[in-house]
Design a protein around this ligand. Structure first.
Ligand SMILES: O=P(O)(O)OC[C@H]1O[C@H](OP(=O)(O)OP(=O)(O)O)[C@H](O)[C@@H]1O
Ligand SMILES: NC(=O)CC[C@H](N)C(=O)O
Ligand SMILES: [Mg+2]
Length: 492
């Protein structure tokens, strides 16, 4: 996952972009970057690490201009670190900087087309670089010295025809404005906001509405699937539907784990959706074991806290803080290598033994992906003296790779892949494992907006809304398994 943001302001925007990125930081902790328009020049600074580490005072002073875009990255394609940090830039046509959240699944076809038909060189393994060059080519063939909104929307229609996958994109198009668009299924999120200033209205787009809250923007709406918005540098907002109608299928994993609870997505409060997940899970526990002996519900910090609180309340059992999180360690799930993830869990979470001693505890997490967290946590709860350790997941078993922007590329690395719940229970070492049912998860989100009907829930079902070639899945696993990443790191 990545965080993206773009602002067309009436005064300097670098500080707002920076602040916006810091609240989108949970979406990507590998690299960050900002590009601004300073007169006719593009200013760009990016690098590996957290937002606070990438930019110092000098960099910020250099990022002059009233319009700009920002990105924080969690890689799903290509290399980690600095080489493929975003925004990415091409000088022709016009000068374009681009920031992308998502993942394209027809990159090999596009790579060939971009070279053989469009005569463009791709210099990295990043799918975002391909996306940028497809967009550049589609603008180029508009064959205009100065672009009108119509040309831009036609170019984006061309991007939608060629690119397959999940993408929310923001671009800085020199001489024109900020252009943002979302894949035709609306898999990846993107919202539009406005802010009034004495000099006039300012517009912004971002992955999550929480960025607007802290910047004083009002959330106007989600960008529609397949829609593009253009905010010209003089502050005019244009929008158009640029794709043929397709199933609207936002990623359900955003509600489970990715998004911040204080964000609104598709008109659904992420916080309330998580509360409903907890309530539905409690109902399942009551159904399966009316006489359960759970004495305390213990959340695995941080993301599961919301669901655990409503689950505890619905069960009528106290929720206790059994683990203290070291707030200086990042999200372990989005770390690139398994070795690092395993070490980080232990460093990140420390038990409070008195909450466990002689008790039957129910540990609650938002999801179990590789099982890295749950396995260690269950062990820690036992070492701390728990009599029984039960484990509940607010999401169903994650059994299939995610190919739309969440780095779960290898089925074999998922603890639930090809396994029954009883087998997973044994591997994790819990006395009872309870998973949310998919219907309940979906209902927990839809209860917030009944117009939603479909979701990308492919990591639970193995059904991919865009369709996918089996060869792609094999190649993805080959290129991006933990083993492949470790080998690359050794070579590089
Ligand atoms: O089964 P696993 O592969 O361990 O992945 C699942 C865990 O990873 C995430 O936590 P993370 O530490 O990334 O972040 P959080 O503090 O937001 O919960 C998620 O909340 C689960 O706890
Ligand atoms: N997680 C993402 O959204 C990743 C964006 C893009 N595919 C990259 O790897 O940089
Ligand atoms: Mg967690």
């Amino acid at each position: 996952m990545c965080g993206i943001i773009g602002i067309v302001g009436k005064s300097e925007v670098a500080a707002s972009l920076y602040d916006g990125l810091t609240v989108l930081q949970h979406r990507g902790q590998d690299a960050a970057g900002i590009a601004t328009l300073d007169g006719s020049r593009l200013r760009l600074h990016k690098g590996p690490g957290l937002v606070r580490d990438v930019f110092d005072r000098e960099h910020m002073l250099g990022l002059r201009g009233h319009a700009g875009i920002g990105h924080c990255r969690y890689p799903t394609a290509g290399a980690e670190g600095s080489t493929e940090a975003q925004p990415l830039y091409v000088n022709s046509p016009y000068g374009i900087a681009l920031a992308h959240n998502g993942n394209l699944i027809n990159t090999e076809t596009l790579r060939r087309e971009v070279y053989e038909d469009d005569r463009r060189h791709i210099n990295t393994d990043s799918d975002s670089e391909i996306l940028l060059n497809v967009f550049a080519h589609e603008l180029q063939i508009q064959d205009r010295l100065t672009l009108a909104p119509d040309n831009i929307f036609k170019a984006i229609a061309g991007v939608h025809r060629r690119c397959v996958g999940g993408y929310a994109v923001v671009t800085l198009l020199l001489g024109c404005g900020i252009v943002a668009f979302r894949d035709r299924n609306g898999i990846r999120p993107l919202v539009l906001g406005e802010r009034d200033t004495p000099e006039g209205k300012e517009y912004a787009v971002a992955s999550e509405s929480v960025a607007f809250d802290i910047l004083g923007f009002r959330l106007l709406r989600d960008v529609e699937p397949g829609e593009a918005v253009l905010i010209t540098f003089d502050g005019q907002l244009h929008s158009r539907q640029c794709a043929e109608a397709a199933v609207h299928a936002p990623c359900i994993f955003e509600y489970v784990y990715m998004a911040r609870p204080d964000s609104m997505m598709e008109d659904v409060s992420v916080y309330k959706a998580r509360l409903r997940m907890g309530e539905r899970l409690a109902a399942k526990i009551r159904r399966l074991r009316p006489d359960h002996d759970i004495e305390a519900v213990i959340p695995i910090p941080d993301t599961s806290r919301t669901a655990a609180s409503s689950l505890a309340q619905a069960l009528g059992v106290p929720m206790r803080e059994g683990f203290v999180k070291n707030r200086y360690i990042g999200r372990t799930f989005i770390m690139p290598g398994q070795g690092e993830r395993v070490k980080s869990v232990r460093r990140k979470l420390n038990p409070i033994p008195l909450e466990f001693r002689k008790k039957a505890v129910l540990l609650v997490d938002d999801s179990i992906v590789r099982g890295t967290t749950s396995k260690q946590i269950i062990q820690m709860a036992r070492e701390a003296g728990a009599r029984k350790v039960y484990f509940a997941s607010a999401a169903p078993p994650v059994r299939y790779p995610n190919i739309y922007g969440i780095d779960m590329p290898a089925a074999a690395e998922l603890v639930a892949h090809g396994r029954s719940e009883a087998e997973i229970q044994d591997i994790l070492g819990t006395d009872w494992l309870i998973y949310q049912d998919l219907d309940d998860l979906i209902a927990a989100v839809i209860d917030g907006n009944e117009e939603l009907a479909e979701f990308d829930a492919s990591c639970f079902t193995g059904q991919y809304v865009t369709g996918v070639e089996p060869t792609y899945l094999r190649e993805l696993e080959f290129a991006r398994s933990d083993e492949a990443k470790a080998q690359r790191r050794q070579v590089g």
